[in-house]
Design a protein around this ligand. Structure first.
Ligand SMILES: [Zn+2]
Ligand SMILES: [Zn+2]
Length: 382
């Protein structure tokens, strides 16, 4: 029974014959010599040309690990999307059930109008951009013969790759101006949905910060109430109050020494207060983490880079510096122009209609060919 394909076997036998005829010193059995020659040929094939380097060897060695991670991420994509929808829905329900009545009860008319207008605008922007980011295709290079200019060939798709295109192992396709694969969207972020992704991050951060600030007093009240209920359940009247609430000074000063007579709390009171704490902790955590991610992407957009190009350009900068040269990103059109191109702003009114309101306009260019400017110039005069 043969254990390797015939062309490889033929090569192995050739090597073996050469070895035997020239040196004739091996006394190992034939099957061992065949296998040794096979592995020697395999290892040599990794260095068969000048393009093969340590990165290729590393990629080949860890291919099973990458494949497993990609498979798990692809499978968990729908779970992450459901998680985003469920958590956002919970926050919206709690905001309507708890925050809105509090605002209507305690705020002046002007503040009530502002909260209702801002809250609903922010909610619409989050829902619109999330839906569009998840459902819009990021864009793929053509699979049929075309005249587009390409810079390399994808070794996975065996297809030409235009500039800024990269292969996504999870989608198993090449993506135009690929930024990254987002598990929270179950979609790649590329040329045609990059703006939706960034706008979603921005408006979600704004919504979380809004809920966190608006619900801060409610959170403190709810925390104090829950602490009071917990100690009422555990301790008898007259026993000193302990716990984190007393340590961080959240309990009212009159109750830090001795418990007052117990007011009655219903099950619904506990649920109500726990919902407020859930809302505040979730929105504060997401606001901070997503805010940091949004700032990072804003920084990249200002420089005319994607997340992948950030690493490539960093390596290129080092390579140029070792030669005494300065690397310039060919897709950086200047800070303001980068933003205008990214947001699709062509007139002053577009800052409102295309940025502050839901808009389905397509991005600048087709994602296949890119203008390369060595000097900054105003591409879209506004
Ligand atoms: Zn590809
Ligand atoms: Zn992908």
């Amino acid at each position: 029974m043969r254990w390797c394909p015939s062309p490889i076997l033929h090569l192995v036998r050739c090597m073996l014959v050469r070895s035997c005829t020239r040196k004739a010193r091996s006394r190992l059995p034939l099957c061992f010599r065949e296998r040794w020659a096979y592995f020697k040929l395999l290892s040599r094939s990794l260095y068969f040309n000048s393009l093969t380097d340590s990165d290729v060897v590393f990629d080949s060695a860890f291919e099973p690990v990458f494949w497993s991670v990609d498979y798990v991420t692809r499978w968990f994509g729908l779970v992450f999307v459901c998680l985003v929808v469920i958590l956002t829905s919970c926050v919206v329900v709690i905001a309507y059930a708890v925050l809105l009545p509090m605002i209507l009860r305690t705020y002046s008319t002007g503040w009530i109008v502002w909260h209702i207008c801002y809250g609903h605008w922010n909610l619409i922007m989050i829902a619109f951009h999330y839906y569009k980011a998840a459902k819009t295709s990021p864009g793929h290079p053509p699979t049929v013969k075309s005249d587009i200019r390409f810079v390399s060939v994808c070794k996975k798709c065996i297809l030409p790759k235009p500039a800024r295109t990269h292969h996504c192992g999870i989608c198993n396709r090449c993506i135009l101006k690929m930024d990254h694969h987002c598990p929270w969207l179950n979609n790649c972020v590329g040329h045609f949905n990059h703006r939706y992704f960034f706008s979603f991050c921005l408006f979600m951060t704004m919504g979380c910060v809004y809920c966190s600030i608006s619900g801060r007093n409610l959170f403190l009240d709810a925390y104090n109430t829950l602490e009071r209920i917990k100690h009422m359940d555990l301790e008898k009247p007259g026993v000193p109050v302990t716990g984190i609430g007393a340590l961080i000074g959240l309990l009212p000063s009159g109750q830090t020494k001795y418990q007052t007579p117990a007011p009655s709390y219903t099950f619904m009171d506990k649920v109500f207060n726990k919902c407020i704490i859930f809302l505040w902790v979730l929105t504060s955590t997401v606001g901070v983490s997503l805010g940091a991610l949004t700032c990072w992407h804003a920084h990249l957009i200002s420089r005319g880079e994607t997340s992948i190009e950030k690493h490539i350009n960093f390596n290129e900068t080092l390579r140029y510096a070792s030669r005494g040269q300065i690397f310039k990103n060919p897709f950086n059109y200047g800070r303001l122009n980068n933003w205008k191109i990214f947001l699709g702003v062509e007139r002053r009114s577009h800052w409102v209609t295309r940025v502050l309101l839901p808009s389905e306009h397509r991005p600048y260019g087709d994602g296949l060919t890119w203008d390369i400017y060595t000097c900054k110039r105003d591409l879209i005069p506004v």
